[in-house]
Design a binder for this molecule. Structure first.
Ligand SMILES: C[S@@+](CC[C@H](N)C(=O)[O-])C[C@H]1O[C@@H](n2cnc3c(N)ncnc32)[C@H](O)[C@@H]1O
Length: 232
């Protein structure tokens, strides 16, 4: 994919209800350049079929999947601090993917790959039990009741994500939307194989970088909740 055909790469309407707002965005010159230069090395379109993580990263290491990586700041910072694990970021917003590619380049990161497309399709293509962690930071809250069906954290999606975690692997979510935080907790508590690592909301982990969404929440006086569950 190049910057000129990126619009064509936005995924077709998913078979299921989408968890994201379709949106276009302009890319800076730097992002356009990063996409053109780095996509062939670090990027992949979410495929219809299986994904081989060892082939993708060129090694066998524990893999962290970050769903909805936005502009990629969390992925890049966490991957830089954690070189023994591989980070696969998945996002539908092309400028965010391009921004992350730029961060990967500037940081000289070798343990990051970026996937463009629907995370749920990507996860379906993974074998069971292959992930060390799944990160979902500030997912779209879909606040209206009629839109709750679009939330990424709902029982069927959680069952899918959990099935791809290795035993002991973690699902880490963060949100500044109080009602969603409570709904997440109920959904995660109800999953038969997930164990709440902290017996309630988790203390804010220092390794989760502060992004725009958390800064906005702090400014608006909205507390941020972290939820960290382990596959038992
Ligand atoms: C509110 S933003 C948060 C971005 C980032 N995690 C952060 O904390 O800055 C949520 C992101 O999730 C992405 N997203 C939502 N559903 C997705 C899906 N099914 N697959 C890939 N990305 C998705 C959206 O495009 C959006 O960029």
């Amino acid at each position: 994919m190049t910057a000129t055909d990126h619009d064509a790469a936005v995924p077709p309407a998913s078979r299921t209800i989408r968890t994201f707002h379709p949106r276009r965005g302009r890319m800076s010159g730097r992002q356009t350049d990063a996409l053109d230069r780095l996509w062939p090395t670090y990027g992949l379109d979410v495929p219809d079929g299986p994904v081989d993580l060892a082939e993708l990263f060129g090694r066998r290491a524990p893999v962290v999947l970050e769903i909805g990586s936005g502009m990629g700041d969390s992925t890049a910072t966490m991957a830089a601090a954690d070189p023994d694990r591989d980070y696969l970021a998945v996002e539908v917003h092309t400028p965010g993917i391009a921004n992350l590619l730029d961060l990967v380049d500037r940081g000289g990161l070798r343990n990051v790959r970026v996937a463009l497309g629907d995370a749920l399709d990507l996860v379906r293509g993974l074998p069971e039990g292959v992930l060390d962690a799944v990160h979902i930071f500030f997912p779209d809250p879909w606040p209206k009741a009629r839109h709750h069906k679009r939330r990424i954290i709902q029982p069927a999606h959680v069952a899918l994500l959990r099935s791809r975690l290795a035993p002991g692997g973690t699902l880490h979510c963060a949100t500044d939307w109080a009602e969603y935080a409570e709904a997440m907790r109920q959904t995660l508590d109800a999953d038969p194989e997930l164990v709440d690592a902290y017996g309630g909301f988790a203390p804010r982990p220092a390794h989760r970088p502060v992004t725009k969404f958390e800064r906005r929440a702090i400014t608006a006086g909205r507390p941020v909740a972290d939820l960290i569950y382990r596959r038992g």
